[in-house]
Design a protein around this ligand. Structure first.
Ligand code: ADP
Ligand code: MG
Length: 509
C-alpha cells in the first residue's frame, strides 16, 4: 500500500452551544486508501467532515495536505475544493433538469470564442464516464438517472476537478445491493488512482468490504485509528459503544427466579408487526414478570419498535395481541386503556409538562385513562402524588412545586410515577436512566426488578448493556431497523450481546 500521507487533521475541536461536538480529534488519510469514519449517531462524524470542507470554521487544531509545512484553512466548500477536498452527500448536489454532461461541467464549461463548446463538453464527458466505467450517456437528463448513477456522476465531477480527498457521507443509505457493489467498484478504481476516500456508513459489513483503515469517534472524542484487518467487528462495536472487551466480566443478572412461568398467555404478543421505514416486521412475546430488553446501536430501531407497540406510530402490518386478544391500538390512549404504560425516550418533548406541578404531572395519565367525566378529587390527587414522591424518593420541595425546577433524574421519576399510578400490566421504559445520576440509576433498576417480581411485564431500553444485563431476563437485538437476535439464559453476557449487535460473526454467517 502507498503510505504517503495525503491529509492530516490534528487536535480538531469544535463546539456548538452546550455541545462539545469534537474534542481533540485526529484523522489522517493516506494516498490511495479508503478510510472509514465510524461512530454512533451524534459521535461527530458529520461535524468533522464539515470542518474539513469549510462548512464550519475550526475552533482549534490544524489541517494539512500532503504533509505541507503550512496548515490550510478552508473558509468555504469552494476553498476546500480548490485545496483538493470534495464531498458527495447522499442527497446529490446536482441539477436534475440538466444533462449529465452539463452537470459534469457546470460552472466550468469548456468555451470557444466565449461560447459554451458543447461538442468538446460532450466529448470530454464521454471520456470521463468511460474511464470511470459509469454506464450513462452524456446527453441523458440527470433526473432520469437512478440515485446511484447520480452519485457516481457527482463523484466523477469531483474527480475531474482534481480532488485528492473524496468524502462520501453515508452514500449507500438508499442504494440497493447491486448499486452498492457498483459504487464500491468505482471507489476501488479511484483508490487505485491514488485518491484518498473518507467513507461514512452505518453498515458494518460495508466497512469490512472496502475500507483499509477505521477511525472511531465517540461523543465527539477520538477513540482510535485501526487497520481494518486488525479490528474484528465485535471490537469495532465495542469501541463505538465505549466498552473494553478485555475487562468484560460476566455480570450475573440480579433478577430473581420467575414466579410467573405458569402464565401461558403472553401479556403482549406481536406477530409480524411493522412500520414502513422505521421497523421491519417482527415477532415478540412478553409474559408476566418478564423484563425484556431491547438493544442495538443508536438508530437501530429500539425506540421505533416500542413506538409501534404503543401506537405512537401506527403499525402498517402485522397484528398485536394483548393478553391473548387481538388489540386495536391507533393512538396511545387506546394502549393506556389496555393496561400499557410508556415512558418515552425524549422526555423533554413527549413526557414532562414543564409548566405544571409535580402533582399534576403525576396524575395526568390516570386522569386521561379514566376520561374527563370522572375527574379525580383533589384529595385523591394529593394522596397519589405524595405516595409516589415517597415511593420513588423524588427530591422536590412539595407536590405543588413546578416540575421544571426539578433535576433531570427527579423529573424522570415523576414520569415513572405517572405510569405506575395507572397500574399498567405492561410498562415500556425507553432509556429511563439516561442522563441521570448513578444513585437514581440504581434506584430505577431496582424498581424495575421489583415491579417485575410483582408481575408486571416490562420492556427496558438502555444504551448501557451492563445495565440491561442486570435487569433483563431476555434481550432482543436490533440492527438497521430489524430484529436480528433474541438472547436469554447463558447468552446474556456482554460478549454475546456485542457480537449479536455487530452481526456477521460465525453464528449468523
Ligand atoms: P454524526 O454525524 O456522527 O451523527 P454530528 O457531527 O452530526 O454526529 O453531531 C455531533 C454532535 O454535535 C451532536 O451532539 C449534535 O447534536 C451536535 N451538532 C451537530 N451539528 C450541530 C449544529 N449545527 N448545532 C448544534 N449542535 C450540533
Ligand atoms: Mg452524520
Amino acid at each position: 500500500m502507498n503510505q504517503k500521507i495525503l491529509l492530516t487533521m490534528k487536535d480538531i475541536s469544535k463546539s456548538f452551544p452546550g455541545v462539545l461536538a469534537l474534542q481533540h480529534v485526529q484523522f489522517t488519510l493516506r494516498k490511495g486508501e479508503i478510510h472509514a469514519l465510524m461512530g454512533e449517531n451524534g459521535a461527530g462524524k458529520s461535524t468533522l467532515i464539515k470542518v474539513l470542507t469549510g462548512v464550519y470554521q475550526l475552533e482549534s487544531g490544524e489541517i494539512r495536505m500532503d504533509g505541507a509545512a503550512r496548515p490550510i484553512v478552508n473558509h468555504s466548500p469552494q476553498e476546500a475544493q480548490a485545496n483538493g477536498i470534495s464531498t458527495v452527500y447522499q442527497e446529490v448536489n446536482l441539477c436534475p433538469n440538466l444533462t449529465v454532461a452539463e452537470n459534469l461541467f457546470l460552472g466550468r464549461e469548456p468555451r470557444r470564442f466565449g461560447m459554451i463548446d458543447w461538442k468538446t463538453m460532450n466529448r470530454k464527458s464521454e471520456a470521463l464516464l468511460k474511464s470511470l466505467e459509469i454506464p450513462v450517456a452524456p446527453a441523458a437528463m440527470l433526473e432520469e438517472c437512478s440515485l446511484a448513477i447520480q452519485q457516481m456522476i457527482a463523484i466523477a465531477r469531483a474527480v475531474d476537478m482534481r480532488c485528492k480527498v473524496l468524502i462520501l457521507d453515508e452514500p449507500t443509505s438508499s442504494l440497493d445491493d447491486d448499486e452498492v457493489e457498483k459504487l464500491f467498484a468505482l471507489m476501488r478504481k479511484l483508490k487505485a488512482e491514488g485518491v484518498g476516500i473518507l467513507f461514512v456508513t452505518h453498515f458494518l459489513e460495508q466497512v469490512y468490504a472496502v475500507c483499509d483503515r477505521i477511525t472511531v469517534l465517540r461523543n465527539g472524542g477520538f477513540v482510535g485509528e485501526y487497520e481494518t484487518k486488525d479490528l474484528p467487528r465485535v471490537m469495532l462495536v465495542a469501541k463505538m459503544l465505549g466498552k473494553d472487551l478485555d475487562d468484560l466480566a460476566e455480570i450475573k443478572s440480579a433478577h430473581s427466579e420467575h414466579r410467573f412461568e405458569e402464565e401461558k398467555v403472553p401479556v403482549i404478543s406481536a406477530r409480524q408487526l411493522g412500520h414502513r421505514g422505521t421497523i421491519k416486521p417482527f415477532d415478540l412475546d412478553i409474559r408476566k414478570g418478564e423484563v425484556v430488553g431491547l438493544t442495538g446501536l443508536l438508530g437501530s430501531g429500539r425506540s421505533e419498535m416500542v413506538r409501534v407497540l404503543y401506537g405512537a406510530d401506527r403499525p402498517d402490518c402485522g397484528k398485536l395481541m394483548v393478553r391473548g386478544r387481538k388489540a386495536k391500538i391507533s393512538k396511545p390512549l387506546d394502549a393506556m386503556k389496555l393496561g400499557m404504560g410508556y415512558l418515552p425516550e425524549n422526555r423533554q418533548r413527549d413526557g414532562i409538562i414543564a409548566e405544571l406541578s409535580v402533582r399534576e404531572n403525576i396524575i395526568i395519565a390516570l386522569q386521561a385513562k379514566r376520561g374527563m367525566c370522572r375527574l379525580m378529587s383533589r384529595r385523591e390527587m394529593d394522596e397519589a402524588a405524595d405516595r409516589y414522591i415517597d415511593l420513588l424518593q423524588i427530591k422536590t420541595a412539595g407536590r405543588e412545586t413546578p416540575v421544571k425546577s426539578l433535576s433531570g433524574g427527579n423529573q424522570q421519576k415523576v414520569i415513572i410515577g405517572r405510569w405506575l399510578l395507572t397500574h399498567p400490566d405492561y410498562l415500556i421504559l425507553d432509556e429511563p436512566t439516561r442522563g441521570i445520576d448513578i444513585g437514581t440509576k440504581t434506584a430505577i433498576q431496582k424498581l424495575v426488578l421489583s415491579l417485575a417480581d410483582q408481575g408486571m411485564a416490562v420492556t427496558f431500553i438502555s444504551a448501557e448493556v451492563e445495565e440491561m444485563l442486570r435487569t433483563c431476563s431476555r434481550m432482543l437485538v436490533l440492527r438497521d431497523g430489524r430484529k436480528v437476535g433474541e438472547l436469554s439464559g447463558d447468552e446474556l453476557n456482554q460478549e454475546t450481546v456485542m457480537q449479536t449487535i455487530a452481526g456477521g460473526g460465525e453464528d449468523d454467517g
